[in-house]
Write a protein that binds this ligand. Structure first.
Ligand SMILES: CC(C)(COP(=O)(O)OP(=O)(O)OC[C@H]1O[C@@H](n2cnc3c(N)ncnc32)[C@H](O)[C@@H]1OP(=O)(O)O)[C@@H](O)C(=O)NCCC(=O)NCCS
Length: 146
């Protein structure tokens, strides 16, 4: 099993890493917006997020300080909408669950929208205590933890 992880706030220096993870095929398949994103739009998206006090973008670090994933918490006035991903070469080691647990320790009440074929994320959400509250016609499941 992998060791503990720690979260730090993302910066503009994380642009390339975040971009590579975002455009990874599995990340795109599981994202609500599945389009490939040009680097310039990614950079302006990142600057906007970093300036927005209601949005929190975190980088997960393993015990050696290596960036292994990212999480986001966007406050909508009621819930923190969480999203997450693990670096492609670090998947399947339990890091996803640790990342989501660290996010929910910090951001509650929380909500997450997960595609119904994203079995590992559904398992993670259930393991950290989310309950399923709705499913949309296009197969996106809404989970809440409060
Ligand atoms: C989804 C994602 C975050 C999972 O992270 P991970 O570190 O690989 O997941 P974990 O190792 O913590 O595994 C979580 C659970 O899913 C299971 N699992 C992992 N891969 C699986 C697979 N391909 N199929 C079924 N179950 C799987 C694990 O066995 C574990 O279950 P358990 O706790 O019952 O043993 C990662 O695959 C990812 O970044 N995917 C692309 C982006 C994404 O989907 N983001 C989430 C959008 S909501």
């Amino acid at each position: 099993m992998s060791g503990p992880i720690e979260l730090r706030t993302a910066t503009l220096n994380d642009a390339k890493t975040l971009y590579d993870w975002r455009n990874d095929p599995l990340t795109r398949k599981n994202s609500l917006n599945q389009q490939e994103i040009p680097f310039a739009s990614h950079q302006s998206w990142l600057s906007d997020v970093l300036l927005d006090k209601d949005r929190h973008l975190l980088i997960a670090l393993d015990s050696s300080g290596v960036a292994v994933g990212t999480g986001r918490a966007d406050f909508d006035g009621k819930f923190y909408e969480l999203s997450w991903s693990i670096a492609p070469n670090k998947r399947g080691q339990g890091l996803g669950q640790k990342l989501v647990r660290a996010l929910t320790d910090q951001f509650q009440p929380a909500q997450a929208s997960i595609r119904q074929d994203n079995i590992s994320s559904i398992k993670i959400a259930e393991a950290v205590g989310f309950t399923r509250v709705a499913v949309t016609d296009d197969g996106v499941m809404l989970f809440q933890l409060d």
